[in-house]
Design a protein around this ligand. Structure first.
Ligand code: ADP
Ligand code: ZN
Length: 283
């Protein structure tokens, strides 16, 4: 059985065909343009394969409240062309197979849970630190959702004493995303994060914020695995720094036996999105 998978991002739509074991048979990257043209290219790509289901991990926010009249639509994204776009309706119209939709980060979490670093855990938190910050939580195979999907990137944190930056989030200023996303780093230092490699304090501050967020998630959700991915985490030294600050902040309140096994990197090499989209269809 062939399954279609889409990791729908703000700059590219990665489309893939795979099987239920998460094996990818073919993959293509299409530029994200306006919604109708993007979906036309997506439809053309999948026309070559007899897929029996389609899973989609979409950049958010999206309406995932099944009781809502706009269920499956894009919400207030800065990508104006995509705002209010009825994505699920359009996909269901274009494809004669069942379509499953979740956010990009929830889908990535499901990918790592099923096939990657979270494979042997009951519960798994996946955080992406990229242009923005988001997190998803999977508990015993189910993606956690309240009325709508969580927005864990926008939690409030204690400021680092050496950080005068007021934050880049248009809604909250110095929330986690406003302080620690790639966008925040670029605004604070006036250059891209990958050009700041040698500046020790930059990464101390970054790790301090990410560790605070992770401590909060850990206290609230008690995940067995915490997987951190996204472009900013290409600075692999961050993992040990985050673990150190996490333990310091936790201050022995809870016992953490193996922090190296708790806070880890993804193992699916940028395929957690499409593999998770496959897993979405297997529910
Ligand atoms: P997106 O979040 O848009 O899907 P990414 O996860 O690739 O994309 O994240 C992009 C962000 O990661 C940018 O802000 C970029 O500056 C940052 N980034 C990319 N590569 C590196 C690197 N090697 N070191 C630090 N930051 C990086
Ligand atoms: Zn915010």
């Amino acid at each position: 059985m062939l399954i279609g998978a889409i990791e729908a991002g703000g700059t590219k739509f990665v489309c893939a065909v795979g099987d239920k074991n998460g094996k990818i048979i073919d993959k293509i990257s299409l530029p994200t343009v306006d919604p109708d043209d993007t979906l036309k290219a997506v439809k053309n790509y999948f026309a070559n394969y007899a897929i029996e289901a389609l899973g989609v991990g979409m950049f958010g926010p999206i309406d995932l409240d099944k009781k809502s009249s706009t269920y499956g639509s894009v919400l207030h994204t800065p990508k104006i062309n995509w705002r209010n776009y009825p994505l699920l309706d359009k996909l269901q119209h274009d494809f004669s197979v069942p379509v499953y939709l979740d956010t990009d980060v929830n889908t990535a979490c499901l990918g790592e849970y099923n096939y990657g670093a979270g494979k042997h855990a009951d519960s798994c938190l996946y955080i992406t630190v990229g242009t923005g910050i988001g997190a998803g939580f999977v508990l015993r195979g189910d993606v956690f959702q309240g009325k709508n999907h969580p927005e864990m990137g926008h939690i409030l944190l204690r400021k680092h004493q050496d950080d005068p930056f007021t934050g880049s989030c248009p809604s909250h200023g110095s929330c986690l995303e406003g302080l620690a996303s790639g966008t925040a780093m670029e605004k604070r230092y006036g250059m891209k994060a990958n050009l700041l490699v040698d500046k020790e304090q930059v990464w101390e501050i970054e790790a301090y914020y990410l560790a605070q967020a992770i401590m909060n998630y850990y206290l609230i959700l008690s995940p067995e695995k915490i997987i951190i991915g996204g472009g900013v985490m290409k600075q692999v030294k961050l993992y040990s720094m985050i673990r150190k600050y996490f333990l310091e902040l936790l201050n022995g309140y809870l016992e953490v036996k193996q922090v190296d096994d708790l806070i880890v990197a993804p193992t699916l090499n940028d395929e957690q999105g499409v593999k998770g989209a496959i897993a979405l269809t297997l529910k």
